[in-house]
Design a protein around this ligand. Structure first.
Ligand code: P6P
Length: 337
């Protein structure tokens, strides 16, 4: 009986694509796989155990921290620490990055940036949430403590990026710069199996994904683009369909499979947008470009933005290439309004 390749087998088979990784990156991806399984188990039983709802604390963004946020954050930190492949980790849930600077870890070559549970406000209403991760080679000298500069690298320096989506099924989607591959978790066996090899995003789609409740706060270019999406023009397959889950990973994943655009623009309420560059926009931008799509802040390629702060926010336009091109046209045309 022919069976699908497991994630572990796939990582080993494709290790050769990574010239300077002597297995460390493979081990790092495997530890993310393990942490993902652990988080998945907690999410699936969240309704039963007393881990729903808010922890009562706020994260660095001033957002209510859900209990599962903290649990997911701790699980990824402990799993990544136990595997010895990284010298530091930055997370949405922590003000500063974590140093792993004992004898083993400070020689490690990689750092990880992570949003351990994105969209977590949806947990209590049983909507899909996700984990987003981004991996860089450190720029500081191995053997020395990790530095902020190791994390503040442009997205075009990422060596790997991906996400787990905890939905009707749990999937892990990642790239190391050689295309995008997706793996579906079989809880009965406890393994991820290759279900969507070499994923590509359609150049044009019918779905636009944005929180239209923020319309009055949006830049004119985005307002005009939304109106354009809603016009009746069969020749250009309009009106488009509006779909917004309120969970970046779920909206991104749907657009990757079906074609579409996700926009979180700057606004009067969020002058730089809401999404964070380092552990949301950069990893998603790496993935969408590897699948043939596009990601910008409305003007500049996301992966070329030089970060200045660990938790900095940027406007985010991401998805089918021709749809992002069209939205950028409106941003350029109305940039002075
Ligand atoms: P809003 C979740 O908090 C998140 O970071 C993304 O997952 C999601 O797309 C967005 O914010 C939702 O934000 O302001 O539309 O509720």
């Amino acid at each position: 009986m022919q069976r699908h390749t497991t994630l572990g087998e796939f990582i080993i088979e494709n290790q050769k694509d990574f010239p300077y990784a002597k297995g460390e990156l493979s081990a790092l991806l495997s530890s993310i796989r393990l942490a993902g399984k652990m988080v998945n188990q907690e999410i699936n039983k969240a309704g039963l155990a007393n881990i729903l709802g808010s922890s009562g604390d706020e994260n660095v963004q001033g957002e209510q921290q859900q209990k599962l946020d903290l649990l997911a954050n701790d699980m990824f930190i402990s799993t990544l620490r136990n595997r010895g492949e990284i010298c530091g980790l930055g997370s949405e849930e922590m003000e500063d990055f974590v140093e792993f600077n004992d004898e083993i870890h400070k020689e490690s070559k990689y750092v990880v940036l992570i949003d351990p549970l994105d969209g977590s406000s949806n947990i209590d209403v049983n909507v899909s949430v996700g984990t987003i991760f981004s991996i860089y080679r450190r720029v500081s000298e191995p053997g020395t403590p990790v530095q902020l500069e190791d994390f503040l690298q442009p997205g075009n320096k990422q060596v790997a990026a991906g996400y787990l989506v905890y939905g009707t099924s749990t999937m892990l989607v990642y790239t190391t710069g050689n295309g995008v591959n997706a793996f579906t978790y079989d809880p009965g066996i406890g393994s991820f199996f290759l279900s969507h090899p070499k994923m590509t995003v359609k150049p044009q789609g019918k779905i636009y994904s944005i929180n239209e409740g923020n319309y009055v706060h949006m830049p004119e270019g985005v307002k005009q683009y939304i109106k354009w999406c809603q016009e009746l023009d069969p020749a250009t397959n309009r009106p488009l369909t509006s779909r917004y889950i309120g969970s970046l990973v779920a909206d991104f994943h749907r657009n990757l499979l079906k074609g579409g655009i996700y926009i979180y623009p700057r606004g009067t309420k969020a002058p730089n947008g809401k999404l964070r560059l380092l552990y949301e926009c950069n990893p998603m931008a790496f993935l969408i470009e590897q699948a043939g799509g596009k990601a910008s802040d409305g003007f500049t390629r996301i992966l070329d933005i030089d970060p200045t702060e660990l938790h900095q926010r940027v406007p985010f336009f991401c998805g089918s290439r021709e749809m992002v091109d069209k939205a950028e046209e409106f941003m350029e045309r109305f940039k002075d309004e």
